[in-house]
Design a protein around this ligand. Sequence first.
Ligand code: PGA
Length: 261
Amino acid sequence: MRTRYLIANWKMQLNESESESLAKQIIELLPDVAAATSSAVELVLCPSHLSLSHVADAVRGRGIALGAQDVFWEDKGAFTGEISPRTLKELGCAFCLVGHSERRQHLNETDQIVCRKTTALLRHDISPIICVGETLAERNAGQRDAVVIRQVRSALDEGRLRPVGNQRIIIAYEPVWVIGTGRAVDPNDAAAAHQLIRDELSEMFPGDVVEKNCFVVYGGSVDSKNIGDFLSIPIIEGALVGGASLKADEFVRMTEVITAL
Ligand code: PGA
């Protein structure tokens, strides 16, 4: 069975000690996390940059991976305030979000920027979690497919940016208009977008690369009550979770639901 992903996006919700304590609570509730999850589900925690080293210490050797929420595209230089992919690697990040809709919206992150960041991450063998998805206005204008296709293709430089060896690329389909609302889309609606993304990946990459290196997950108001509805559809290979990932018991319940599928 292919690995499924449960990715926690803690956004800018917690300070350092709160992040560390949440990571520790999760570990306590899942004492045998490595055995409990085995290869069925990969757990990824994405705290804010300043909390990365605290969470790294808490999860080390516990079968939980560390992810960052953003990265800069250069390794080094005069880029005030930015975070290098080299630093993320040193801190132990195996994953990093790119192109989250909140960054596209509030920080003018463009498709070109998302591509440069994705390139930088792959250069350091950090798996990019590329967030794509339409706004409500785009959906109402019948543009969902066009927006998602454009975002996926440009993040991967029209297929010129390709995972090699065991590198993984995760695409997170997140309809912008349901994020943080408590109202997820219909799982079949999400599945249709996942199919679209897989088709696009198959156009850009050889079949074995799509099969081995590419994964598509859903995000947007996922919680322990609805996660089973999404992940019981095989094409939905995981979830990117914001609000519900801030509670240790919810996060652990979601893990249990996935493991039991
Ligand atoms: P949500 O956030 O689960 O709170 O909707 C998801 C996300 O923004 O990644």
